[in-house]
Design a protein around this ligand. Sequence first.
Ligand code: ADE
Length: 226
Amino acid sequence: MHIDILTLFPEMISGVLDASILKKAQDKGTFNYNLVNFRDYSENKHLKVDDYPYGGGAGMVLTPQPVFDAVEAVKSRKKTKPRVILMCPQGEPYHQQKAEELATEEHLVFICGHYEGFDERIRQHLVTDEISIGDYVLTGGELAAAVVIDSVVRLLPDVLGNVESASEDSFSTGLLEHPHYTRPADFRGMKVPDVLLSGDHAKIAEWRREESLKRTYERRKDLMDD
Ligand code: ADE
């Protein structure tokens, strides 16, 4: 998978993508990314990328020209029709199903802004998806894009060591994960449930399913509603 990220602050992204499992995925060639500073595409003599809103009001608005040109450049470089994803608080709320859907694509383009808004023509004529990572406002879309990219890349083939670790994730089963324990069996008097030491795999599977249901009911009843 190839990912292009349009941002005015590339340093907000690279630290996240160049560490741990995402770094290993790059080394294996499973995914690679390219940071595009769309200011480089500005035709303004001062390389401006924003302007005052028509109709007045506070804040600046990202102008369409640098964003359109940057997206068109990455599209023609790769000769693909990528999903073009705008990160914004007004977008579709992000969830695991969307991560699974995006993980099937070969090329993704993320647009991250730091201003009051985007010119509406970017939304209407350039963007295929608008994503919000939650009902709060960040200073820009970079951290949100990093969240989405992390959750997508870990689903790509051979990125996670254990083939089962993604299929048993919280959410991919529709429920939250069951509790986990490791050695020692007794830590300062806090004991591991007997069933996990029993060696009875059917019983262990049943216990895990029940704990998963209980945890989902207690913490995220909304996941059980449909
Ligand atoms: N940009 C600013 N806040 C955001 C959010 N909650 N989700 C996605 N992009 C954002």
